[in-house]
Ligand binder design. Structure first.
Ligand code: NAI
Ligand code: MG
Length: 358
């Protein structure tokens, strides 16, 4: 009897529902092909839950998913609920207590996808961005006083700790070392921010000494946007703060063809808590219910989840199926300039999994 992988599915809002349903179908097909078992427990947390209960998830929600092997998350956000309520009420309410401090975002140009960069055909752009996911600019430190009065004051304080910076640097250097080029770029802004970002740079240099086989360099975040656009082939693994990587990874997703393709993993490397896997995109209410959400970002996300679950063979099979499907422009959804539906792309990936005799 194969031990099942217990997955907590949290589709959330908007197209999150559509792409997670597609992702589960694909994982079931993969399980059949690879002799794996998944059990999916579904949680209806999100904006609809908020309208009924006044909270995005129940008070004992974390306890309900704490013992799962992984969390498969769609997106949160609705037009009638403020974004800071949905984001802090659900996504960050899971990431932070489960200490998923490493947010890993692979980017490359899949077969059949055209990059907006004129000189990039594919191999020139193959990156993994590591985002610090527990502190920094999104630590939630700050406050607002004298609301609405002329003397109103509001602060969002970026908070960096030596422990927090050292652990993300170690994670990024180790990841860089596991990739063929062993190349890491540390993104910073220590010219303008002369306290925390200077400490960030110092700790990067200290941790680098533990990884003599990794070549690394440092780049100011503004210059980084130019380098990503003009010299993408000079980058491989990238580490950046919570805010910087948030922005750079949306740029990376756009350069790789579409936000609808991009995957991400929120990892607790020590495995004290479950890690969470989600497409980068949001709930996309402009296309919700139309059946045209691109599920590829969710499928790619599922490969990251399979790797984390110790199923690299299944992850590789799923990635081959994804690449077979993206290679065929008749299976591109509208965000990629095509006319395919979520249903057609999902069916094609399932067929590719079944038909792959490797
Ligand atoms: P978004 O990612 O939802 O959409 C941006 C644009 O990309 C839209 O035009 C959308 O149609 C398109 N798009 C996104 N994913 C797609 C897919 N899979 N297939 C085809 N097209 C796709 O970002 P937006 O519009 O800024 O935010 C909408 C809501 O989502 C907001 O409430 C926001 O707070 C939330 N959000 C949630 C995230 C999360 O849960 N991790 C991440 C980003 C946004
Ligand atoms: Mg973002």
């Amino acid at each position: 009897m194969v031990r099942p992988h217990r997955i907590a599915a949290i589709p959330g809002d908007g197209i999150g529902q559509e792409v997670i349903a597609a992702g589960i179908e694909v994982l079931e097909a993969l399980a059949e092909r690879e002799g794996l078992r998944f059990t999916f427990d579904h949680f209806d947390w999100g904006s609809a839950y908020y309208r009924r209960h006044g909270v995005m998830m129940p008070a004992d929600g974390l306890a309900a998913i704490r013992d799962h092997d992984a969390i498969f998350f769609g997106a949160v956000g609705a037009p009638d609920v403020p974004d800071h309520v949905t984001l802090w009420g659900l996504r960050l309410a899971i990431c932070q207590p489960f200490d998923q401090y490493a947010n890993v975002r692979p980017t490359r140009i899949l077969p059949g996808i055209t990059s907006p960069l004129r000189n990039v055909s594919g191999p020139e752009l193959d990156w993994v961005i590591v985002r610090e996911n527990s502190e920094g600019e999104y630590a939630g430190v700050g406050g607002r006083v004298h609301r609405g009065l002329p003397e109103e004051v509001a602060t969002d304080v970026s908070m960096m700790t030596r422990a927090g910076v050292a652990r993300i640097m170690r994670y990024a250097f180790a990841l860089a070392r596991s990739r063929p080029r062993k190349l890491l770029t540390v993104v910073t802004k220590s010219n303008a921010q002369r306290h925390a970002m200077v400490m960030w740079d110092e700790i990067a240099a200290e941790v680098a000494a533990e990884f003599p086989d990794v070549t690394w360099d440092k780049m100011l975040v503004d210059a980084m946007t130019m380098r990503m656009t003009l010299r993408p082939e000079t980058l491989d693994t990238v580490v950046a703060t919570n805010l910087h990587a948030d922005i750079l990874s949306d740029l990376a997703a756009a350069l790789a063809g579409s936000l609808g393709i991009a995957p991400t993993a929120n990892i607790n490397p020590e495995r004290r808590f479950p890690s969470m896997f989600e497409p980068i995109h949001g709930s996309a209410f402009d296309i919700t219910g139309k059946g045209i959400a691109n599920p590829i970002g969710t499928f790619w996300t599922a490969t990251l989840m399979l790797d984390h679950l110790g199923e690299p063979r299944a992850a590789a099979r799923l990635m081959r199926a994804i690449e077979r499907v993206t290679a065929d422009p008749s299976l591109h959804t509208p965000d990629l300039g095509g006319q395919a539906t979520t249903r057609q792309v999902t069916d094609a990936v399932v067929a590719a999994i079944r038909g792959d005799n490797a």
